[in-house]
Write a protein that binds this ligand. Structure first.
Ligand SMILES: O=C(O)c1cc(=O)[nH]c(=O)n1[C@@H]1O[C@H](COP(=O)(O)O)[C@@H](O)[C@H]1O
Length: 304
């Protein structure tokens, strides 16, 4: 089954378009949780690995009912070097068994030979001594389009071959996104030209429901751009981060959906993983559950 069809199936089953973003840093995990798992007999690194896994695992269990998937932000694992990646690998398998969509947010890209390496790692398979090995079982990856078509092609080919998904950065949520993305080229914003490319790159990998497996990342803070991107990409999924902490408003999601009120998945990271700061300080699992339920319901109220 194509990635977009799988996504639609989960969205319908769960009545949700919410993605939990796992962007956890150890220093934001509550002290009581650290004390519970910290073992003085073990090394700092062993404690880090245990606590990072156990905290995120519990968050995922707590929010599972309210989300369609999990997006792992690579940076928060890379900051702990290969120890973090070991935890990421375990968490990825953990989510996979729950039948949720699992996204690697690495914003990867390079010249085609190097892009192929990234795609092998996260979407496809890698050859070792003539044998094909699969290392990560992600369903989709985020990519940066700055290198142009040959850097994107390896990912698109693996999407077709392995029924995976791709989200290309088109209009990002951050304050400086206009610096390059709003430059005018041939009477259009650069992000519009990128959206047109996303349409082209994804037109041969459409699922049965008619959606492409190649989607776009569009920040929730960018409602004007979203209206235009929707016209260019009527049948693509938009991955929408930036609600909450970054100032994106759930009410604006009506400008991101397609004509069927579909076609978006909405990420929330800090508001979910650190919900204990705003809800019940002593119960982070319940806090994350309550936050994810409330975000899911507020999104559904706008787009249904
Ligand atoms: O590709 C992304 O997910 C992404 C693109 C973008 O334009 N803005 C953006 O915030 N993100 C990611 O989405 C997450 C947002 O986190 P919160 O602001 O805590 O919900 C982070 O993991 C960001 O790296």
């Amino acid at each position: 089954m194509n990635f977009s069809d799988r996504l639609i199936e989960i969205i319908k089953k769960k009545s949700s378009v919410l993605i939990a973003g796992i962007d956890t840093s150890i220093e934001n995990i509550p002290d009581y949780f650290i004390k519970r798992f910290y073992d003085k007999e073990k090394s700092e690194i062993d404690n880090l690995k245990t606590i990072l896994f156990e905290y995120n695992r519990r968050i995922i269990d707590a929010v599972e009912e309210n989300v369609v998937g999990v997006k792992f932000q690579a940076a928060f694992f890379e900051q702990y070097s290969y120890h973090g990646f070991e935890v990421l690998h375990k968490l990825c398998e953990y989510v996979k068994n729950k039948k949720l969509v699992v996204i690697f947010d690495g914003k990867r890209n390079d010249i085609s030979s190097s892009a192929k390496g990234y795609s092998n790692a996260y979407l496809g398979e890698t050859l070792i001594f003539g044998r094909k090995m699969r290392f990560f079982e992600f369903d989709a990856i985020t990519t940066n389009p700055y290198l142009g078509q040959d850097g994107i092609k390896p990912f698109v080919e693996d999407c077709e071959r392995f029924k995976k998904g791709l989200f290309v950065l088109v209009k990002t949520s951050n304050p400086s996104s206009a610096e390059f993305q709003d430059l005018i080229v041939e009477d259009k914003y650069l992000f519009e030209l990128v959206a047109e490319k996303v349409y082209e790159w994804g037109k041969n990998c459409r699922g049965k429901e008619g959606y492409s497996d190649v989607g776009a990342v569009v920040g929730a803070t960018q409602k004007e751009a979203a209206k235009r991107i929707r016209e260019i990409l009527p049948n693509s999924f938009l991955l929408v981060p930036g609600i909450g902490v970054q100032g994106g408003k759930v009410e604006d999601l009506k400008y991101f959906v397609d004509s069927n009120n579909m076609g978006i998945i909405v990420n929330s990271s800090r508001d979910i993983i650190y919900a204990y700061k705003n809800y019940l300080h002593s119960d982070f699992e319940k806090s994350s559950y309550l936050a994810s339920k409330s975000i899911k319901e507020s999104i559904n109220a706008v787009i249904s």
